[in-house]
Design a protein around this ligand. Structure first.
Ligand SMILES: [Cu+2]
Length: 243
């Protein structure tokens, strides 16, 4: 498993690599296509990427109030142009994140997260961030979090999954791991992504997922936990305070 990527995901360029897009606005309330390219130190689009969690590129978006999370896998054309097929966005300020590992050039083998802002025109209302909590429920699954997270320090976080009071032990690997934890910092939308250290041994993950987190700044983070049972992908959300 990869460790933390370079930086906090809030820049469009790093180490000679850049996220380029002509799109600064997208329409509200309907599917929207976000086209972009990753350019390398020579300024040309990168077309060779290493597979990370079975994909050449992971794409995430979040609204400035940390609602509207999407995790997608865009399609790349031969010339290095990517298209992310986004579900309906609410009006407001969004950030588009790309996570990738070049397979050529000086950044070869390095994990990058680059992002750009996008405005969705319309009347924007802000949703207050839910209070920090040690549990959350999605689709009947109750997730309980244990951990005392400290900014800038490697901090263990344990997530236990139960359903009807019983431990869940039929998590399926989704993109090669039993869970994907994507986190965004309240205020600046800093990004982090983690996978549990649990060994993947078929369709019987759970009930406990052991993460080693390393969140760079204190404050509230909105966590999105994605896991699969049968053929259904679940996405749980919870606010976590990092001291
Ligand atoms: Cu992941």
């Amino acid at each position: 498993m990869k460790g933390m990527p370079v930086g906090n995901g809030l820049t469009a360029q790093q180490g000679g690599y850049a996220l380029k897009s002509a799109i600064a606005t997208l329409p509200a309330g309907k599917r929207a296509l976000y086209r972009f390219a990753i350019t390398g130190p020579g300024g040309r689009p990168v077309t060779r990427f290493a597979l990370t969690q079975t994909m050449r590129l992971h794409f995430y978006t979040i609204r400035s109030d940390l609602t509207g999370f999407q995790h997608l896998h865009p399609v790349m054309a031969r010339d290095g142009t990517w298209t992310a097929d986004l579900a309906a966005l609410r009006p407001g300020h969004w950030r588009m994140y790309t996570q990738f590992t070049p397979d050529t050039g000086p950044g070869r083998g390095q994990d990058f997260v680059l992002s750009r802002p996008v405005t969705v025109p319309g009347t924007a209302s802000t949703t207050a961030l839910p209070a920090a909590s040690s549990s959350t429920t999605v689709d009947g699954y109750v997730l309980t979090l244990h951990g005392d997270l400290r900014a800038g320090l490697a901090s263990p976080l344990t997530v236990t999954v139960r359903r009807n009071g019983e431990p869940v032990t039929d998590l399926r690997p989704y993109l090669d791991t039993y869970a994907h934890l994507t986190a965004f910092h309240q205020g600046d939308q800093a990004f982090a992504h983690f996978h549990p250290r649990n060994k993947v041994t078929g369709d019987h993950g759970g009930p406990t997922l052991e993460f080693m987190t390393d969140l760079p700044t204190s404050g509230n983070w909105r966590l999105f936990l994605q896991f699969q049972t049968a053929d259904v992908l679940h996405t749980a959300a919870v606010t976590l305070y990092v001291g």
